[in-house]
Design a protein around this ligand. Structure first.
Ligand code: ATP
Ligand code: MG
Length: 283
């Protein structure tokens, strides 16, 4: 049995639960529960505020956790980053009123900066040799300048929309974050074996997200060129069609290359191209 701490509600809750589902682990997701056990995998889920996750993992209350890298960095507890999970992406940036002129980090000398991330900000200011005052606020940091609490803010940004609607502009992107799987680094042999199985499944699930399954009809004469366009895991699958001189070719491609590959395949006569999502890839 292994215990994992995830956010009970908020931006990371849904995708954390979805990831467990994607790797075939059932958990009772009725949010009123504080602790719930999977009925098909030796995993127990502890639902917490994200602020508390680094600490419960560091002290071993939960062997594993899913939390934003920003919280891990801010809290400073000793945990291992086992895997970046590819969701919850955001950055922590310095922002100032949009009417202000900005000429580099020295701007912040003598300024008051509101933030919920004082440790990350302090490290940045020290590195840049800037003397500024840090005002710690836990919610609605973005209103601090207009409320006269601070001259600038250091806060989480994903699209930047919140900044704009508060009359602010982002001037320094300081820390980049995403959700990560963390571990206490003190797992028993049994727990390590469970973690290894989870990681194997997570990698298959994440690996398949950026790939597409492609199938098409292809003139037999174009097979050689098509194999060059589509190097698959081993090599593409080719099956004869009832129509003479044609075959069906199947392969897996990176999503980023999809449209370029389709263009090349059409040029060599591919027809009836189907693009399918992949669920898992087990190499
Ligand atoms: P809790 O009640 O658990 O303490 P919270 O209010 O501190 O929740 P959320 O707003 O749910 O936190 O955000 C959780 C995490 O989601 C952040 O720490 C960050 O890693 C990530 N995140 C991604 N995009 C954003 C965003 N636009 N704003 C805030 N957090 C974001
Ligand atoms: Mg929080």
């Amino acid at each position: 049995m292994i215990r994992i701490a995830i956010q009970s509600k908020g931006r990371l809750n849904e995708e954390s639960t979805a990831l467990l589902g994607e790797i075939g682990i059932n958990v009772d997701d009725s949010k009123r529960k504080f602790l719930s056990r999977s009925d098909n995998f030796p995993l127990e889920v502890l639902y917490l505020r994200d602020d508390d996750i680094p600490q419960v993992v560091a002290n071993g209350t939960a062997a594993l956790g899913i939390v934003g890298l920003n919280e891990v960095e801010e809290k400073g507890f000793k945990v291992d980053i086992v895997k970046k999970l590819g969701f919850g992406g955001c950055r922590i940036s310095l922002a100032i009123p949009k009417s202000e002129e900005y000429d580099g980090p020295a701007y912040f000398n003598g300024k008051r900066i509101a933030t919920s991330y004082p440790a990350i900000l302090r490290r940045y200011l020290d590195k840049e040799g800037i003397k500024a005052e840090i005002e710690v606020i836990t919610g609605s940091v973005e209103i601090a300048p207009s409320a006269g609490i601070a001259d600038a803010i250091f806060d989480i940004v994903s699209s930047g929309g919140t900044l704009v609607s508060n009359g602010l502009k982002e001037v320094e992107k300081v820390f980049f974050s995403e959700a990560v799987l963390i571990s206490s680094g003190k797992l028993s042999a049994g727990e390590q074996a469970i973690l290894d199985e989870m990681l194997f499944r997570i990698e298959s699930a994440l690996g398949s997200r950026k790939k597409k399954y492609l199938l098409m009809n292809l003139p037999q004469a174009s097979v050689e060129q098509a194999v060059k366009i589509l190097p698959a895991m081993r090599s593409p699958t080719i099956m004869p069609l009832a129509a003479e001189g044609w075959c069906s070719m199947h392969s897996v491609v990176d999503e980023k290359d999809l449209w370029e590959k389709i263009r090349q395949l059409k040029e060599i006569g591919a027809e009836g191209i189907l693009v399918l999502n992949l669920d898992k890839i087990i190499p």
